[in-house]
Ligand binder design. Structure first.
Ligand code: ATP
Ligand code: MG
Length: 323
């Protein structure tokens, strides 16, 4: 008897590489997605997130590597796989002259067993926009139409490439509510995002990409414990002259490091410095003493637990918001 498909990972990618001419956009990555799991891929611009998901979606052919989805080979059983997959592309801006209903009817025509477009419109909270053209919708409403279109075939596996980029906070939250509802229906999801909060809220597991490679992987707590285990102390000096800060802060850090070996990392960000320390109270005393010795006035001093953004900065050297 054949093993049941649910015994396979939903996605099983082995050593995928994608080259565009001489550029290696994705460099020998392997990843798995278990049934009902939500995986978030984070990474700076150009890290290879879209290229990776487009290979997993069957839209781009890998230069090398193996890809199985639902236990089936993507090269050999692509159309069978795609019948069960939903895709929300990065920067969709199509079908502007179509109404909401026409767009969903168009998408429903692509599949053998689509859902009722009107039921999807209802689920996406767009009933009052049914006959409105997409060009007359807000960004958040349009994104809900595209999300509805991606769900029209009742997919088991959903890819979302930056589902809320550019949306206002309220629209972002409404997309998160819809994605959380999908999670509670045990849909398997892979999403890419630049929003730390999005990954924290939705993902069961997080992968961080940089330069086409996976540089870290794990649950939120695992990543924080591994890369940012301690309290984060942030301070800034009472000056906003960038030149002084860029000249003086490294001196302050060197001085702190030589006198107090109690921090695991220190990163200047703009006119602030973030330090991850285990012995917090002695670190704060050390910071204040060192700054006083150099005659620097502290403008702001804060302390908080480590976050995904701290992990991201430590690993990629970039702030997730600037990435
Ligand atoms: N069709 C293409 N032809 C040539 N180069 C490409 C192509 N698509 C992507 N690239 C390059 O591959 C690299 C990875 O791009 P990709 O779009 O996967 O990054 P990303 O992580 O999704 O970035 P972003 O966060 O900006 O969406 C970039 O250097 C990009 O310029
Ligand atoms: Mg992208």
């Amino acid at each position: 008897m054949l093993p049941s498909i649910s015994r396979f990972p939903v996605v099983d990618a082995q050593s995928l590489t994608k080259k565009f001419g001489t550029l290696t956009a994705v460099d020998n990555i392997s990843l798995k997605l278990e049934p009902g799991e939500c995986l978030a891929i984070l990474g700076p611009n150009g890290a290879g997130k879209t290229t990776t998901v487009e290979m997993l979606e069957g839209l781009l052919t890998p230069t090398s590597g193996h890809l199985k989805v639902f236990g089936m080979d993507m090269q050999k059983q692509r159309s069978e796989i795609l019948e069960r997959v939903g895709v929300l592309l990065q920067e969709t801006n199509m079908y502007k002259r179509y109404t909401v209903k026409e767009t969903l009817q168009l998408f429903s025509s692509f599949y053998k067993n689509p859902d009722d477009p009107l039921a999807i419109i209802d689920r996406m909270n767009l009933k009052d926009k049914t006959n409105v053209q997409l060009k007359n919708l807000s960004g958040g409403q349009k994104q809900r139409v595209y999300l509805g279109a991606c769900l029209i075939n009742n997919p088991e596996l959903i890819f979302l490439d930056e589902p809320t980029t550019g949306l206002d906070p309220q629209s972002r939250r409404s997309i998160w509510d819809l994605l959380n509802a999908l999670k509670s229906h045990h849909k398997s999801m892979i999403l890419t995002t630049h929003y730390m909060e999005e990954a924290e809220k939705l993902a069961d597991r997080i992968i961080i990409f940089d330069h086409g490679k996976i540089i870290a992987e794990g649950t939120l707590n695992h990543l924080i414990a591994l890369h940012c285990d301690g309290q984060v102390i942030t301070f800034s000096l009472a000056t906003n002259h960038k030149q002084i800060l860029s000249d003086e802060l490294p001196k302050v850090l060197t001085s702190l490091k030589s006198e107090h070996q109690v921090f695991s990392s220190a990163v200047p960000i703009g006119n602030r410095v973030e330090i991850v320390a285990h012995s917090t109270s002695s670190m704060i005393t050390a910071i204040l003493e060192t700054l006083k010795k150099h005659n620097y006035e502290v403008h702001e001093l804060n302390m908080r637990s480590g976050s995904l953004e701290d992990v991201f900065i430590k690993l990629t050297g970039r702030s997730i918001r600037d990435a």
